[in-house]
Design a protein around this ligand. Sequence first.
Ligand SMILES: Cc1cc2nc3c(=O)[nH]c(=O)nc-3n(C[C@H](O)[C@H](O)[C@H](O)COP(=O)(O)OP(=O)(O)OC[C@H]3O[C@@H](n4cnc5c(N)ncnc54)[C@H](O)[C@@H]3O)c2cc1C
Length: 512
Amino acid sequence: MHYDYDVIVIGAGHNALVSAAYLAQAGYRVGVFERRDIVGGAVSTKEIVSGYQFDLGGSAHILIRLTPIIEELKIERYGLDYIELDPLFFSPSPDDDSMFFYRSVTRTADHIESKFPGQGEAYHQFIQDWLPFSQTVRDIFLSTPGPLQLGKKMMFGPSAKMDWQQALGTILQPYGEVVDQYFTEEKIKAPLVWMAAQSGPPPTEPISAPFLLWHPLYHEGGIARPKGGSGMLTQALRAHIEAHGGAVFTSAPVEDILVENKRAVGVRVDGDIYMSRCVLSGTHILETLHHLLPEDQRPLSANPRVGNGFGAILRLALSEPVRYKAHPGNDARIALQLICRDRQQIMSAYADYLRGEPAQDPPIVAMTFSAVDDSLAPPGGEVLWLWAQYYPYELANGQSWDDIEDEVADRILDTFEQYAPGTRDKIVGQLFQHPLWLERELGLFRGNVMHLEMSLDQMFMMRPSLTMSGYRSHVDGLYLTGASTHPGGGIMGASGRNAARVILQDLQKKIY
Ligand SMILES: Cc1cc2nc3c(=O)[nH]c(=O)nc-3n(C[C@H](O)[C@H](O)[C@H](O)COP(=O)(O)OP(=O)(O)OC[C@H]3O[C@@H](n4cnc5c(N)ncnc54)[C@H](O)[C@@H]3O)c2cc1C
């Protein structure tokens, strides 16, 4: 058989690009086909308002900094320039008090101690208690999931010396309650819990504590921004693939995966056939299984839970920098700004969501990366992102996002104005990405930025399903990567790296 490529990759999300880069670096011929006119999927950047670079998906690069991907692929040679953020988090309160979390644990604990005696020590204890556990979880994220592997890493990894009997009592709890074991001050608890809420499950969900217990790793890996916008990561991955002989096609939607003798052998794009030894799909799992595979190859039982959206983001181009009442200094703008009064605010927003309504008074993560990168806005200008939760994709009473989007965006701004008055007067342009927008433009079904819900029943060897969690699908030669697979959503690339390892093993065995 004539092969156009060794591996055809469907979609150019960052995970698919990471896989393609490892395969190309290993000497295999790779062809990547992306539906949109730019690469990156939910890690891309475009000039939406003249002179202002808008990220269209993820912005805070945290998880990928905990992996060896950047060094192994030497991505910084292909145009990626990471800018470190320190402070990491800024948390203003309605009474104009505020708090910072720095890259250094000691500096953070000292800062907390100066505000709330005794609480800095508690912060130290929290980090010390859970650093080994979070490091083990990170190691699990960097390998193909399986029950044996999970147990082995827990027992012999960085967490080997933990008292598991005691630890389990905490790990099985909802993350919204675990903070009570360490802290007395709501002003410390609220930002920690709000950051833990970013993966989607609410603070009351059982066995969700790991979203909070992951916190020590923010100090280890830090938070960074690619200079020029989040999409510079995926642009650099594309440059890497092309420099290693790979081909990347944009505006090239895959229509079908070709299956012959029960084996994936290529794809059809715009009526043209491309053949390959195997196929890797980095799209949403529902796109791969329900739209791209021939009908007689679709699995009967794979129906992972996508949920009902959970977040929305208002992107603003401003004529002047944001100025917080609680802390007008520049360091507030460098950090991720965690705007959450208390845990009750998260729960009230979640209660609105459960009723099928947009949050009335949403907690917000505000980001102003023009504070560290002057290429994002014209001189003196600012880009401001306001990520808010919770927002259902499917609204109650038959309402449509097209009808309510302006009113909902306005409400997010109202909440933000309480902390940074005058922001509204600085707006020169905007984009509101609600759950329906995310589905239409980025292919994120039902607006779930993590593809599938990130609850325990859909993590590790259950993501996207028990039979497909090893990056192999039910069809020979069809591999899977992306947020629909282990370890899930976020800018990490671990799924892409893990999938590449599986494919490389199979290619080296010459099974195709
Ligand atoms: C608004 C928003 C904010 C976020 N904020 C953060 C953040 O700050 N930090 C963080 O870590 N994470 C964040 N995330 C989550 C993170 O960005 C995503 O989980 C992650 O980027 C998903 O990557 P992926 O590799 O699974 O692919 P995706 O980005 O989902 O890409 C899949 C690609 O496949 C393409 N495709 C689909 N169908 C076809 C087809 N038939 N043919 C060809 N191509 C096809 C799509 O066009 C897309 O490019 C955010 C996401 C969003 C949307």
